[in-house]
Design a protein around this ligand. Structure first.
Ligand code: ZN
Length: 156
């Protein structure tokens, strides 16, 4: 079990240091900013959707390894996915890190399973979910004047 834990930690550190899909997406048709004041994580998520499908996801910003790794792996997971399915993945990921089991086997979460350890550190849950809350705000096309804040989000 501890080998697995090490592997998860390595993956998070790797994505945290070298985030994939990092940078502005010039032809994005959705974008939103997110801020986690508890930790200081800030990011902007850019999404391009075509025909109900997410064709591209990128992000910019800075924050702790968990917030960056989460945004990085979110992009890898959602690229090419129908928007409806992405919402389901959001819910499953949220349940994974808050340990509200909803019956979704961890192996169905793919690489996102590396965040399962976050549930033991409640203060880190907002780091892990920031990119996802921001993505959802982007897809809902909220005219975001001020950044989405994880404060008030129901992560507890
Ligand atoms: Zn953080």
């Amino acid at each position: 079990m501890s080998d697995l834990r090490d592997l998860y930690q390595e993956t998070i550190l790797d994505h945290g240091k070298n985030p994939r899909n990092f940078g502005k997406l010039d032809d994005a048709n959705h974008q939103a900013q997110g801020h986690n004041p508890l930790c200081g994580d800030r990011l902007t998520v850019f999404v391009k959707t075509e025909g109900g499908r997410i064709s591209e996801v990128t992000f910019e910003g800075n924050g702790c390894a968990i917030s960056m790794a989460s945004a990085s792996l979110m992009g890898e997971t959602l690229k090419g996915m129908p928007v409806d399915e992405a919402n389901e993945v959001f819910q499953n990921f949220h349940d994974l890190v808050t340990a509200e089991t909803n019956g979704v086997p961890e192996e169905d979460l793919g690489k996102l399973v590396v965040f399962s350890g976050v549930r033991e550190f409640p203060v880190r849950v907002k780091c892990a979910t920031l990119a996802w809350h921001t993505l959802r705000a982007a897809l809902e096309d909220h005219k975001v004047e001020s950044p989405v804040s994880t404060e008030g989000a129901k992560d507890e």
